[in-house]
Design a protein. Structure first.
Length: 132
């Protein structure tokens, strides 16, 4: 008997960055963002930093150039969180980034996803029993 994916037909994305299959439910997935900064992002970071440094120039002078690093960190955080949001499977709850860090956490996330989908909230004792 051949196992079938949970969803036979999925929405196709335009401008997709990656095309892959979910390892748990075997549904075809697409991700539109990359977890890395692109050339476009570097230009955005530079222009945003210049604008903020120019606004802060009367207060801090030339030292306003330090704002570049804060803006860079903010962009990195925003891009990686957007990628993390897209990488989790909406059909089975599997998250490859969590699985790569800790298998137990990934298993718990999938169990919580299915419990929420069925309308059952898992008790704290069940969650702690599964972790050990």
């Amino acid at each position: 008997m051949k196992n079938k994916p949970l969803v036979d037909r999925v929405y196709k994305y335009k401008n997709k960055d990656r095309n892959f299959f979910c390892p748990l439910c075997r549904t075809e997935r697409n991700v539109t963002t990359s977890p890395r900064l692109t050339k476009k992002n570097i230009v955005q970071i530079t222009l945003t930093s210049i604008m903020i440094a120019a606004a802060l120039y009367p207060l801090v002078g030339v030292n306003g150039g330090v704002v570049f690093f804060a803006v860079w960190g903010f962009f990195e955080l925003a891009i990686r969180s957007d990628y993390k949001k897209q990488i989790a499977c909406p059909h089975c709850g599997f998250d490859a980034t969590s699985y790569k860090r800790d298998v137990r956490v990934a298993r718990q996330q999938v169990a919580d996803f299915w419990a929420q989908k069925q309308g059952v909230t898992p008790s704290v004792s069940e969650a702690s029993a599964k972790r050990t």
